[in-house]
Design a protein around this ligand. Structure first.
Ligand code: PLP
Length: 385
């Protein structure tokens, strides 16, 4: 499987990835085996329980966790919400949360809702490269802080926050840290044995598994209240497990772990070729976050003040799938909150295009984009004139 849907070049892996053949086969085998409910005591139930155990070990293995510390959820969004709401509920006396201004909407929208209910939230700023200062986290923590929740890798720019250093700080201050690693897991090494954090979110569909299975790592000694009550998932997430999706998620984690470093290097080279090619051809191009440590697969680029929506649509018409930094809003487009927090001018931010690579991209994808861009940018510039 090399490409997604009708697109010939799929460069939107931060949105969702092409399903890996290994996942598909594992899921089909699970479905065809006439799965039971892992909570049932009969043979079919026991087989299902075995598959669930296996997947849990594979997910745990990717991030250096223990299997019993993995709680399966339906999505990264649910994992983030379980971490935030579950911690607030378990530490009812504390009513302050620290986050960054550039978190994923699944976190930001929940935090804004919580503010309406009287929870105080500190949104930490980032610099012009999207970097977060460790000192800012330390300074924001108060006696009332229930939780620090921060992403590891930004989904729009790929910029990495210094989670190991931040973890030292929160650990020293005995404040729980939840890390949204939905974009980071499987793309950079993560070792929870060495990292003193309480919770970490990851999501299967960013790792070439289909949507429907994700996980929250919850450190053994840390207690949160569930969002969904029930006996499943160590009583931290009720509901019959979505076993086929979980099996796919497990096999995607095993696949990612197998060649993480080799793939990161390969993908990093593709990204470097793309960025070099773009900057050579269009000196006005600006790569957002280029000075910061970044994921190897993500590139967020504005082409002067050319309109991003038009560039994206023109690429799409030629079979190249990329993502737009800006979001549709009533009455037009809203620039990305991430680029806005980085101080990027509104018009430049409205032009931002995100290219995100994955396992099934090759040099040919880079070549195709570089071959198409001159014509497309010429067209878009002519329409703007
Ligand atoms: N966190 C980050 C950083 C993401 O990029 C995403 C999805 O794009 C999510 C959370 C939400 O994950 P899911 O799509 O599995 O709900």
């Amino acid at each position: 499987m090399s490409e997604k849907g009708a697109a010939h070049v799929y460069l939107d892996n931060n949105a969702t990835g092409v399903v890996a053949r290994e996942c598909l086969e594992a899921m089909l085998a699970c479905l065809r085996s006439g799965i039971g409910n892992p909570s049932s005591a009969h043979a079919a139930g026991m087989r299902a329980k075995g598959l669930l155990h296996e997947a849990r070990a594979e997910v745990a293995g990717l991030v250096g966790a223990r299997p019993q510390e993995i709680v399966f959820t339906s999505s990264g969004t649910e994992a983030n919400h379980t971490a935030i709401l579950g911690t607030l509920a378990a530490r009812a006396g504390r009513r302050h949360i620290v986050a960054s201004a550039v978190e994923h909407p699944s976190t930001l929208m929940l935090l804004r809702h919580l503010e309406e209910t009287g929870i105080a939230v500190t949104y930490l700023p980032v610099d012009s490269e999207g970097r977060l200062a460790v000192g800012a986290v330390r300074d924001a923590i108060t006696q009332d802080t229930a939780l620090v929740t921060l992403m590891w890798a930004n989904n729009e720019t790929g910029v990495l926050f210094p989670i190991p250093e931040i973890a030292e700080t929160t650990h020293a201050l005995a404040v729980p840290l939840h890390v949204d690693a939905v974009q980071a897991a499987g793309r950079i090494p993560i070792d929870l044995e060495q990292l003193p954090i309480e919770m970490l979110s990851l999501s299967g569909h960013k790792l070439h598994a289909p949507p429907g299975a994700a996980a929250l790592f919850v450190r053994k000694a840390f207690r949160i209240a569930p969002l969904l009550w029930g006996h499943q998932e160590h009583r931290m997430r009720g509901g019959t497990e979505n076993l086929p999706a979980i099996v796919g998620f497990g096999s995607a984690c095993a696949l990612a772990q197998e060649d993480l470093e080799v793939e990161a290097l390969r993908i990093g080279r593709l990204r470097a070729d793309l960025e070099r090619g773009i900057v050579e051809r269009f000196p006005a191009a600006r790569i957002h976050g280029v000075q910061a440590p970044r994921l190897p697969n993500t590139s967020n680029i504005s082409f002067g003040t050319l309109d991003g929506e038009r560039i994206m649509a023109a690429l799409d018409r030629r079979g190249v799938a990329v993502s737009l930094g800006a979001a549709c809003a009533a009455g037009g487009m809203d620039p990305s909150h991430v680029l806005t927090a980085m101080g990027v001018d509104r018009r430049v931010a409205l032009g931002a295009i995100r290219f995100s690579f994955g396992r099934y991209n090759s040099e040919a994808c880079v070549g195709r984009v570089l071959a198409l861009l001159p014509e497309i940018l010429g067209e878009v510039a002519a329409r703007a004139a």
